[in-house]
Design a protein around this ligand. Structure first.
Ligand code: SF4
Length: 220
């Protein structure tokens, strides 16, 4: 295991310590490990800077870098973390150091081999993203009550799509469901009205970090 950690690398775009801006854990201190590279191109992507660049770090170097921050919650995000060949050893290294782990993924790659102790945040791409055809829906059939399914909503068509997917896969009964309006896009109160009218067992999430800091600023 120790050899693995010193040898195996991850392409890292940035690592930073902030508060969690999204998910059911919003507001908590969190360490973010952002990997480089994504094979989707969502129209509204707010982390295009993570498509390229970054540097290779061994898993041991990553663990040393985050050790001094007084925080037990780590989110692995991207980009698309599942593109990293050594994602599983990174997760194993974090588990060995007793971190609580969140993993955010675009939802288009098979998650069945991810350790069940990891809280998965699965983005379901709605039509407004331009990438809804890429979704790997089998991920929604193998979901845990601790996981979260997130729909980024650009307009009413996206909301309707999300509602149909939520009902088809009975997500209200099986996991946490999040509706995330695009920052500065759809009127938040309109989305709230639809949610209340339909009685969906989902929660609206606003991207907290974009209200606190400059919404264009990376690493917050
Ligand atoms: S999956 Fe995420 S990182 Fe990739 S293009 Fe879509 S929003 Fe951006």
């Amino acid at each position: 295991m120790i050899d693995d950690l010193k040898r195996k690398t991850i392409q890292i775009n940035e690592i930073f310590y902030s508060i969690q801006g999204e998910s059911t854990q919003a507001g908590r201190p969190c360490i973010f490990i952002r990997t480089t590279g994504c094979n989707l191109r969502c129209h509204w992507c707010d982390t295009t800077y993570a498509f390229h660049d970054g540097k290779k770090m061994t898993i041991a170097e990553i663990l040393v870098k985050i050790r001094d921050w007084p925080c037990n919650l780590v989110e692995i995000t991207g980009g698309e973390p599942l593109l990293q060949k050594h994602l599983s050893p990174l997760i194993a290294g974090l588990i060995a150091e007793n971190y609580e782990i969140m993993l955010e993924t675009g939802g288009h790659m098979d998650l069945s081999r991810i350790d069940r102790r990891v809280k998965k945040i699965i983005d379901v791409k709605c039509p407004g993203s331009g990438e809804s055809e890429e979704m790997y829906f089998a991920n929604l059939e193998n979901i845990s009550p601790d996981d979260e399914v997130k729909f980024v909503i650009a307009d009413q068509a996206d909301y309707e799509y999300a509602r149909q997917v939520i009902k088809k896969y009975r997500l209200e009964d099986s996991t946490n469901v999040l509706l995330s309006p695009i920052f500065g896009g759809i009127e938040y109160k309109v989305l709230v009205k639809w949610l209340l009218q339909d009685g969906l067992q989902a929660r609206i999430q606003l991207q907290l970090h974009k209200f606190i800091w400059d919404p264009q600023m990376p690493g917050v």
